[in-house]
Ligand binder design. Sequence first.
Ligand code: UN1
Length: 500
Amino acid sequence: MLSKNPPVKGKQLIAGQWHEATATFESRSPANRDDLVGVFPSGDAKQASDAVAAAKSAFGPWRRMSRIHRAEFFDRLAQIIHREIEPLAVLMAREAGKNITECRAEVVEGLHMVQYVFGTGRMPVGEIVASEIAEKDAFIRRKPWGVVAVITPWNFPFAVPLWMLGPSLLEGNTAVFKPSEDTPAVGQRIVELFLEAGFPAGTINLVHGDGTVGEALVRNPDISVVLFTGSYDVGRRIQQISADFPDRIVAAEMGSKSAVIVCDDARLDLAVSAGIISAFKTSGQRCVSAGRLIVAEKLVDAYVEKFVAAARKIRIGDPLNAANFTGPVINETAVEKVTSYNALSRKEGAEILLEGGRLTGADHKLGCYLSPHVYRIKHDPKTRCIREEVFGPHLAIIPFATLDDAIRIYNDTDFGLSMGVITENYRTMRLLRDECNYGMGYVNLPCIGAEVHLPFGGVKKSGNGHPSAAGLVEAVTHKIAWTVNHGLEIKMAQGLTAEV
Ligand code: UN1
């Protein structure tokens, strides 16, 4: 599938001006390393600081604009995205290696946030609350923080940036966006669309590059909010650096070891589909992907048989062929990581049901293709392969005896992002809902597939509880109490005397 499209020429966008850089890096398709998607500037500390300065000077005029007018830029953006669904999806399939059907769905997911933000512009914002003093009106209002750093991953290179940029800009903040160095072309395209929609210069700035430029952004004292989705290690580092800035908000959505719990009354076919989609859609590279299926002992033999048969049939290949279920993993580092965890599972005593590994046939030899690795293993808290995030097609099936065991096993990781429960029993559903630690729970569904108007985020090492998507308004604004006296004399709350 060597592309005929010429490579994208990457640039930084600072204060509405495109800048080239001398130092560059390449973006190559994980489906075919000979396919050069583009060449991009490796940002440095100077560019990061110029971008923050541009966002800072655009902040005043932008926040003073009517909220409804800010929202109307998103209406124009929505119309542009509608027009661009197919080219954006094709670019994403090349650059991120996700199947074209998933890429289209992701563009639509980003569009949903833009539509949500536009609609929110005319919705009530803040609250009017009672005061102890009859003559006083009291309000809870929201203010934007200032400059937001948006640091995003390659696995959702379109939707996740829009989840973050949408609410940030609607509320009157300005942004510096650093897309993943694995998907800079999609990142740059997003910014081009914002410019076409007429967002004023400096409201959105773009810096390409690796962790060096990300770190320069995070160290900049003029950054008020960092919105981050990515690995636990990077998120933790952002939190540590940000501890020096007492009023800074870091909304970090990090790792996971999500799971689907298949109870003994589950409908088998539904449970198998939920497991396959949760574990292997996007080649297991969603932050919400299931690394574990926790299956009732009574059902596990029948489940394993059907599940493995279905997993064998998964079509892996060219992301631009809609008949394939999934594409490659993102890069060589991912191939190495997943294969080393596959080997670890064997070392840790797993019964291998489907041996995963690199695909090297004619259709796969130029890309980073991996087949699913599935094993059965007894729960043991010391087993690393069932506790650590792998981020690839690597799956443990863990039997459980009682619901208390299922809860214990589910909670026995450092993460808590997403959970699927397959049951027909409302008591079981409620027990697992309340006793497991996660941010997003699904019943008779896979543990992937969130919608933008719901909170998105997790607990423990999965994040600090600041939701992204629609709930992000909590991170990108701060609340103020605003109290107005309509009387001609001063009356104080709590009965405090006002006489002077
Ligand atoms: C992610 O993997 O970082 O819930 C985001 C889902 C998608 C978003 C995933 N809507 O699967």
